[in-house]
Design a protein around this ligand. Structure first.
Ligand SMILES: Cc1cc2nc3c(=O)[nH]c(=O)nc-3n(C[C@H](O)[C@H](O)[C@H](O)COP(=O)(O)OP(=O)(O)OC[C@H]3O[C@@H](n4cnc5c(N)ncnc54)[C@H](O)[C@@H]3O)c2cc1C
Length: 305
């Protein structure tokens, strides 16, 4: 069985940044990645300093090459189980391979759960979007529908109104719209349609054309703003005895300022521990965790007085 000082589960921005920091400190490090970063459906990544508008997959290809250049090992696969402890060491199973490690980094990202509307999943990341910082500039001045489906929806309407004056709020799930949300929409002068979306229409290139409502009405739009429910991919953490923390928008793995979780020897980075982390914040947490693990490993070898 091959042994590594650190095994990083997940090779998105967060996991790869952790691997670079560790490999540059000459730590033996393995990244195991199943290769489906959260922003995979998007053609471009924005607010990525120095790489503005790069394809998300190209960015990670560059990150992998940088990590490998310093000696990090990267392998494709899914980690199916994780066991052990700081004292005994950790065992990582990926398919028919088993590895051991002294420290674990969970860089597994999160899952966006979307409301069930036909066509929404296929439009996710292109015509159906969630984040003004990721896609807002690209949809400026478009006809935009904001799907009222969660506690952030009225806030999203406010964010996107900064980018287009043609905003309509669809009160799709009325129980999710608070009194404060109603007051905000009134205050902003955003029209509210009190019907649910039943279906979405696309043109031949896959671009959204319109939303069909449950009263038969058809609203023309090029973009639909959707607040997903975000749940950290945390099964491996739960299997080690860790517990998930609740957030109004989902669940996450609680980690401290060095990205250490409540399970000794296990670190969590990127969207797994911070639902709001964009690419650069995810990468920053990975770098931080890599440095913290290096320090932790150095300290663990010191002779105790
Ligand atoms: C549609 C969309 C567009 C976005 N656009 C932008 C943008 O323009 N700019 C921006 O800054 N942010 C954007 N984001 C946010 C961005 O996707 C996240 O900030 C970023 O992906 C978080 O990086 P991460 O490394 O934490 O997770 P991820 O990038 O999701 O990487 C997690 C990796 O872990 C792997 N994995 C999970 N479980 C396992 C397992 N058990 N075994 C092995 N591997 C596993 C996954 O397959 C994946 O490769 C966007 C998000 C979405 C949904």
């Amino acid at each position: 069985m091959e042994h590594f000082e650190a095994i990083i589960i997940g090779g998105g921005s967060a996991g790869l940044a952790a691997s670079v920091a560790l490999a540059r400190s000459r730590r033996s490090v393995l990244v195991i990645d199943e290769g489906h970063p959260r922003n995979e459906p998007a053609e471009h990544a924005h607010n990525v300093l120095g790489q503005e508008g790069i394809s998300p997959l190209k960015l990670l290809e560059r990150g992998r090459a940088e990590a490998q250049n310093y000696g990090a090992r990267i392998t494709s696969g899914t980690v199916d189980s994780l066991s052990g402890s700081l004292d005994e060491g950790f065992m990582v199973h990926a398919g028919n391979q088993v590895f051991s490690a002294e420290r674990i980094v969970l860089a597994t990202g999160l899952k966006d759960e979307l409301p069930r509307i036909p066509g929404l999943q296929q439009a996710w990341g292109t015509s159906a979007i969630h984040c003004a910082y990721c896609h807002g500039w690209e949809v400026r001045d478009q006809e935009i529908l904001v799907l009222g489906c969660g506690p952030m929806s009225a806030h999203q309407a406010m964010m996107f109104q900064q980018l287009s004056s043609k905003i309509t709020f669809i009160n799709h799930a009325p129980s999710e719209l608070s009194e404060e949300g109603v007051a905000l929409l009134v205050d902003l002068g955003i029209p509210v349609v009190n019907h649910a979306i039943q279906d979405l229409e696309f043109d031949q290139s896959g671009q959204l054309k319109a939303a069909k409502l449950d009263n038969g009405e058809r609203l023309q739009a090029q973009s639909l703003i959707v607040a997903s429910r975000m749940n950290a991919n945390a099964d491996l953490y739960l299997s080690l005895g860790g517990e998930l923390s609740e957030h109004p928008l989902g669940t996450f793995i609680k980690a401290n300022e060095t990205c250490a979780t409540e399970v000794p020897g296990v670190y969590a980075v990127g969207n797994a521990s911070n639902l709001g982390a964009m690419v650069m914040a995810a990468a920053a947490s990975g770098t931080l965790a890599g440095a913290a693990i290096n320090a932790d490993l150095l300290n663990s070898k010191l002779v105790k007085p």
